[in-house]
Design a protein around this ligand. Sequence first.
Ligand code: NAD
Length: 253
Amino acid sequence: MILDAFNLQGKVAIVTGSGTGLGRGMAVGLAEAGADIAGVYNSSEPDCAGVITGMGRKFLGIKADLADLDQIEPIVDKTIENFGRVDILVNNAGIIRRQPALEFSRENWDEVLNLNLRSLFFLAQAVARRFVAQKSGGKIINIASMLSFQGGILVPSYTASKSGVMGLTRELACEWAAHNINVNAIAPGYMATENTRALQQDPVRNADILKRIPAGHWGRPEDLAGAAVFLASEAASYIHGYTLAVDGGWLAR
Ligand code: NAD
């Protein structure tokens, strides 16, 4: 039955940036659909642990600085040690730096590209190698952005990184579909999280953004859960290399 194809019971998902915002929303959604969660975080232990274990699912917190490539392989190793397998990766952790392009610093360029694109690729590679070794196939969901489609303003490194995420999603989908690995992306619209705090607090930008969203309000982390569960499930098995916007209609304007 089709609803069974959405069930993630018995699956293990690695979710990066699981302690806050969209990562937390997707980790809880995947757990509601049945998955056990390896939640990667870099500051305090994610508070979604209690919510997830409260549902009868397992949660393993893994502290790692994803900007350091040496910390990437151990994430997969710890997941396998604890759960015996991995089926899903949600490559969600990301940062943004705002500064006019004429003044943009090398630090603001490197930090964003390193985390949002370089680490995202090498974690996808580490997990895909495991999928191939398991002969299980698997699902990779990268978190893109409206700025995978549009230019934005004051965010050159972020736009470059998220445009790269959409392109890389297509590239990896083409290489790995033959291994029964689905690589897709979700492009969130304007979501009320830490990432967009500066915009929410700027009365002019906030009003401009709200006026342009057909749905009329900022998105919430839980708004991504349905798309994440779908793309992580067997229901999406013939979807490869697609970036799904969850944006309250922003791109439709
Ligand atoms: P957020 O700042 O709450 O989440 C970012 C997460 O990444 C945090 O949990 C943080 O701990 C983690 N992180 C940052 N640096 C890390 C590092 N070096 N190692 C490990 N983890 C690290 O903001 P969010 O909005 O939830 O962002 C999640 C993702 O969604 C990001 O990739 C962001 O670019 C993307 N996104 C957000 C929006 C939005 O409107 N909020 C829109 C489009 C895309």
